[in-house]
Unconditional design. Structure first.
Length: 335
């Protein structure tokens, strides 16, 4: 595929706005021309889920003609109805259009429609490429959909110049957990970290629906995109305290802004760093050790790690746009 058009349909116009910017930059590095159609979710546009699906279908329909006329590939950034999106994309765009669906969480962290056995079987009748951003996501899809062979591509990474100073005061580094509460957040782990580091670190949680956590200052509120960037950029480290997840946009954005992100061993965070310095092995002591390493990291080294991840991302997506090494990536996705 030469530098043909790529049409990105962002089905989470608010939540995935930053992701889409990174995706466009990664694809654009190949020389391809990229256009974007944003479909706002109900929390941003109002209305209900049915209206969201209607806007989504209309966005796909608007992409149908240019896709078929110029041979452009259509990329959907998030499945509105789970595996049923594979069916929707094929029906609306038709067999002639090349299309890809990004599945961030093949086993959703919150209740969602379209991931059951019937939906998966219906979707398996449609040849729509599925893109994942982590080996754990690829393995989950391989188990749930044996006939589906996903393409593994890195989560977009776009390093940014940051001038905001860190907010450590009195020698106490700032460690933050950001984003809304979900059942897979490890509250017990956070309390253990609070007991060990509460006197030496400023431990803060900001996001909707969080309960009180011993040793942590919790702010239960919605965080705008601008404030989210500021909270990440001014922290000394950002934690991703999930029991289970496939990839973390927070970890990506944190690294882009020059702040180390800490997560569990075996997670996709390992793809961002050359070693396991910011990976924890389950125990509170392991997490505290990773926090100590992260909060004393050299900012220049962190920025270089971000630049390294950004280069690898651009190379992988450019190769995909040009149609190269697809079979290799697919084998890697399920190995």
């Amino acid at each position: 595929m030469t530098a043909a058009d790529v049409i990105v349909v962002n089905t989470l116009g608010g939540a995935l706005r930053h992701y889409t910017v990174g995706l466009v930059a990664s694809i654009g590095a190949s020389g391809a021309r990229v256009s974007v159609v944003h479909v706002d979710e109900p929390s941003r546009a109002g209305g209900n889920g049915l209206g969201w699906v209607r806007r989504y279908v209309l966005a796909l329909w608007s992409a149908r003609r240019p896709a078929r006329r110029s041979g452009a590939r259509v990329i959907v950034t998030w499945p509105v109805l789970g595996h049923l999106d594979r069916l929707i994309v094929r029906v609306v765009l038709g067999r002639a259009a090349e299309s890809s669906l990004v599945m961030h969480d093949p086993r959703p962290l919150v209740p969602a429609r379209g991931y059951g056995r019937v939906a998966r079987r219906l979707a398996d009748r449609c040849r729509v490429e599925v893109v994942v951003h982590s080996g754990t996501a690829a393995a989950a899809l391989a188990e749930d959909c044996p006939a589906l062979v996903p393409v593994l591509l890195p989560h977009p990474v776009v390093p940014r110049d940051v001038t905001a100073p860190k907010q450590a005061t009195g020698g106490r580094p700032v460690v933050r957990v950001l984003g809304q509460f979900k059942p897979d957040r490890d509250v017990e782990l956070l309390a253990e970290i609070g007991a060990q580091l509460g006197d030496t670190h400023r431990l803060e949680i900001t996001g909707r629906r969080w309960p009180a956590v011993d040793g942590w200052s919790v702010t239960d509120e919605f965080v705008s995109e601008e404030r989210l960037d500021d909270l990440m950029a001014t922290a000394d480290a950002v934690l991703v305290p999930y029991k289970r997840f496939f990839q973390s946009g927070i970890a990506i954005r944190s690294l882009e802004l020059g702040t180390p992100a800490i997560g569990p061993a075996g997670s996709s965070i390992a793809d961002l760093y050359p070693d396991d310095r910011y990976l924890a092995c389950g125990s509170g002591a392991s997490w505290c050790g990773a926090i100590t390493t992260a909060t004393s990291a050299d900012p220049d080294e962190t920025r270089e790690l971000a630049a390294r991840a950004g280069r690898a991302c651009r190379e992988a997506w450019s190769d995909w746009v040009r149609g190269g090494n697809t079979a290799t990536r697919r084998r890697a996705a399920v190995s």
